[in-house]
Design a protein around this ligand. Sequence first.
Ligand code: PLP
Length: 429
Amino acid sequence: TLTESTTGTQQGTVVDGPALWSAQAQMPSILGRQLVIERGEGSYIFTAEGRRLFDGTAGLWHANVGHSHPELAQAAYDQMLKLETYHVFQRYANDRAIELGERLAAISPIERAKAILNSGGSDAIDVACKLARRHWQREGRGSKQIILSREHSYHGLHAYGTSIAGLDFNREGMGTDSLVPETARVSFDDIAQVEATILSIGAESIAAIVSEPIQGTGGVNPPAPGYLEGLQRLAREHDILLIVDEVITGFGRTGEWFASQRYGLEPDMVTFAKGVTSGYAPLGGVLVAPRLWEPFYVDDAATPIFRHGATYAGHATAAAVAIANLDVIERDGLVPRVRELEQVLRRELDALQQRSEAVVDVRVAGFLGGISLDERLDNARVSDRAVELGFITRPLRGNTLQLSPPFIVSDQEVVDYVAAIEQAITEEA
Ligand code: PLP
């Protein structure tokens, strides 16, 4: 429906639509053409009109075991009939949150890790940044407050994630450079420049450095050779905490449980979300190294409290779903399967780049792919065309298309997916 704007300074015709205000959308441009997804089945989703689409991005990189998995649905149902949840404040806990903590510690890249649970990746980043600052306060080094992050990085959209992201547009119109005090950006591929930034700020002011192992939203950017190892070395040399954001890469996406294992990292904290439940329940969290948690566990009345928590931290049904998801990934051998799928995707994308002049770069790390298009093409239009052909891909920074299918696809489905994207590119060129 159309009405005249009666409020605010923006005059013009208002296009009204459903009461749901969508995320990250220029609203008038999506109304009337929303893709309303009603049903999922394995690697496919179905629109309200009954169109079947190959979910080549696994939603927002989350549906790793595919959609509508009966075992995960059953786990949620069984748990809710028994106990929907009970909070984990003070001396209360619930059995499923405790069990999930053990499961996560067992596969964590951090030895003897503790797990803080919450509702998603943005949450996890807020907790990790707060704990980093809390750590240095407790150590009597409260001047260490700055959180460093990389150019092009994405860490969700809570206050910390919005502030530390290397994608400036997410701070547009918020009034300041940063919603929280003390953040700074470092080079995303040049470790010598990172060191120069640390030296110019001064390590005595820096709490932590946060990095995705493979940048996702920033355009599917695998690390430059030696970059992550260099970050770890600098963090150690300058006594800066290393936070690895594995919200996309965790739980098998790179052919290991965590990308930290693939790249030989020993972070102080690992943030996770998405793949922990394959998206079947909103759950995220932080794996924490002994260096950080032990001081909060000292048997002494003066031992401090980490003042953080939320009603849904350690939600029992979300935890039960996560446990079922980990069971499926283990039983079906999906982590080693990702290593095979990585090879197939690499082969197909390399061949695509050879054939297509419109493709200027392809990047693969784990079962994550990015295709960068020539500037004459618009990745949003190519992505829309691919949807018309029945295949989901997503436009990202750097005129890139995202490819990150569920782990359950066949080799042939990867081949067909890349062929469909090639067709979309050719038709738009
Ligand atoms: N960190 C990274 C690396 C992400 O890719 C995302 C989401 O895409 C987040 C954090 C935020 O996670 P969520 O959307 O679950 O809050």
